[in-house]
Structure formats: C-alpha cells, structure tokens
Design a protein around this ligand. Structure first.
Ligand code: FE2
Length: 320
C-alpha cells in the first residue's frame, strides 16, 4: 500500500520552446529552472510535467508517484522480488525517496508526498433534468467572449505504454502496492491507490515498448473541458479526440495532441475509489476500452511514437 497518488512526469523532448507554448496554451504555469521547463497547475506545489530539452525525439524519462515514506523499505524489498530493480537517481533529480525501474525498464521515482493537495470545492454544476429542475430563472451559459482563461486544477493521472499490460498490473500491485481498478482484457488497465484516489492515477496501454501516452488534468466541470479543449486545439493545430465520455472510469474527456504526438487530456467527473475493499474490478470487453460515447477515435490515438516515430514526422513535417 505504498503509492498514494500521481505526482508528475518527466519527458525528454527536442524542442523546449514548442513545449512552453503548448503547456502555457493548455493553462499551466511554465517556468525555467536548471535549463528545464517546469509545468504545474496554478496554486499547486508540484511540477506536473518537466521537460528536458536537446533530445532527438520525445521520450519518457521517468514518472513520479506520491508514496508513503513509512513503506519505502517494503518497496525496496518488493521491487526486486517482483521483477523490478532499484536504481540510482536520474542525474539532476533529487535523490530522496525510492528510484526504481519496472520489469519493462520504465524509471519511477517514489517521493514522500500526500496523495494530492486538497482543492477548494467547486461551484455546483447544475443540470436541469426531467422532473428535476435545479436551475431556474438564470442562464447556464454566458457569452463566449466573457469566459476568461481556464486553468487546470491538478494532474489527475497519466497513461503509459507497456509491452505487457498484465505484467505491469502485477508489478504495480505487488511491487508498489497499488490496486487494479479495471481493465479491458490485456489491452488497457487502470490502477488506483488503495488509500482512496481517482479511479486511476496510472494507466497502461499495450504497445511494443514503453512510452508516454498522456497526462490528464482536472477542470471544474464539463463546460470547462469543452472550452479548454477547443481553445487548445485552435492554438496547437494538431490532432484532437473528444469531447466524449469513457466507460472505464466514467470521466468526460477531451484530448489534444502535443507537439510530439502524445496527448494532453482535460477531464471532469471521474469515478472515485474511496474504499478499495468495496470496489470490484471489472474486465471489460474491448469495445469499452476507449470510450462510451464521443466522436470516432483518431487514427493515431494509441500509436506509440516513442517506439515508432516516423508516421507522425511524415504527417506533421513541422513536428520535431
Ligand atoms: Fe486519461
């Protein structure tokens, strides 16, 4: 029961300025430090995304998870016992906590931190339903021109590629003490904390190799997903998938493609697993692996550009 929640992700990228533009357009605060870009949600003390420049192409450097320091010794025993290995810190990053690689070579940094920083309660999102009128004598939607900048509230989860989804589930359960929330066969899987967390804080998708697929950021309500997604898509000019709703986790989503072919997700209304003992993981059919409703999935939504970068370069000649 070691991992408490998600903390951040570190990416090697070719072009820091492209990253700065994209994540600022997405609503994150971006600052330079030690030649890297640190991207975080306004008011949060955590870097959700750190970019290291100078790479030939985008590659996942490591993920960072919040964990219980009282369980660090247990992790140090369980990681090698379950096919992982303890490693030295990635140069230039703090040596605190526990550094490890999972059985597929993905570097992970466990840091002593609470699951998440508590958020202020959002204004109630009111929906009029048949026989249940909760919004009267007032319009739900203001003129578009009056809607100011929308800032994501916090990093909610990340999805990474793995060559073996079932093996990744087992390692994150036995090595790191996480819980399987749900999966769809051996194609996708969603891991939660056993201490209470969103339906998933780390997720896996099957590929030929490891890699970063997306980071997902919470906004206050479904309208903010739509507005933020439309705005970021207009500025990025790249791919998008949404607005829609997932079956697994139930979250409403809108994905915008980043400068390297991976994705930035805005989400709202995700399932919450407060008591893992009361939650029953489901193995869904493949038709539920992507979405419940929404537009057709884009052709390269689950393409691992870290394993196979050529198609994206050809389709987007301006892409790094
Ligand atoms: Fe997601």
């Amino acid at each position: 029961m070691s991992v408490l929640g998600v903390y951040g992700v570190v990416l090697d990228v070719p072009d820091l300025e492209a990253g700065r533009r994209f994540y600022e357009d997405a609503g994150l605060e971006v600052r330079d430090e030690d030649g890297r870009l640190h991207c975080r949600c306004e008011g949060q003390p955590r870097d959700a995304i750190v970019l290291i420049g100078g790479a030939e192409r985008k590659r996942l450097n490591h993920i960072v998870l919040a964990a219980d320091k009282d369980r660090f010794d247990e992790v140090r025993r369980n990681v090698p016992a379950n096919g992982g290995e303890l490693i030295d810190p990635v140069p230039g990053f703090p040596a605190d906590g526990v550094w490890l690689r999972d059985p597929h070579g993905m570097a992970i940094h466990l840091v002593d931190a609470p699951a998440e920083v508590p958020l202020e309660p959002a204004p109630e999102f009111k929906i009029n339903q048949p026989g249940r009128l909760v919004r009267k004598n007032v319009s739900a939607m203001p003129p578009k021109s009056t809607v100011g900048p929308i800032k994501p509230l916090r990093l909610g989860h990340m999805l990474v590629f793995t060559p073996d989804v079932l093996a990744s589930i087992e390692f994150f359960e036995k090595g790191l003490g996480m819980g399987l929330a749900d999966r769809a066969q051996d194609v996708v899987a969603f891991m939660c904390s056993r201490h209470g967390s969103d339906h998933h804080v780390v997720a896996f998708a099957k590929s030929s190799d490891i890699g970063f697929h997306h980071a997902s950021f919470m906004v206050a309500n479904p309208d903010q997903i739509g507005v933020s997604g439309d705005r970021l898509l207009e500025k990025s000019g790249r791919g998008a998938w949404g607005f829609g709703r997932h079956t697994i986790g139930s979250n409403l989503f809108y994905y915008i493609q980043d400068p390297w072919g991976s994705w930035f997700e805005y989400y709202s209304d995700i399932d919450y697993v407060e008591d893992y003992e009361a939650w029953t993981p489901t193995n869904y059919p493949l038709e539920d692996s992507l979405h419940h409703w929404g537009p057709p999935v884009t052709h390269d939504f689950v393409h691992n550009y870290e394993a196979d970068p050529e198609p994206y370069r050809q389709a987007k000649p301006d892409a790094a």
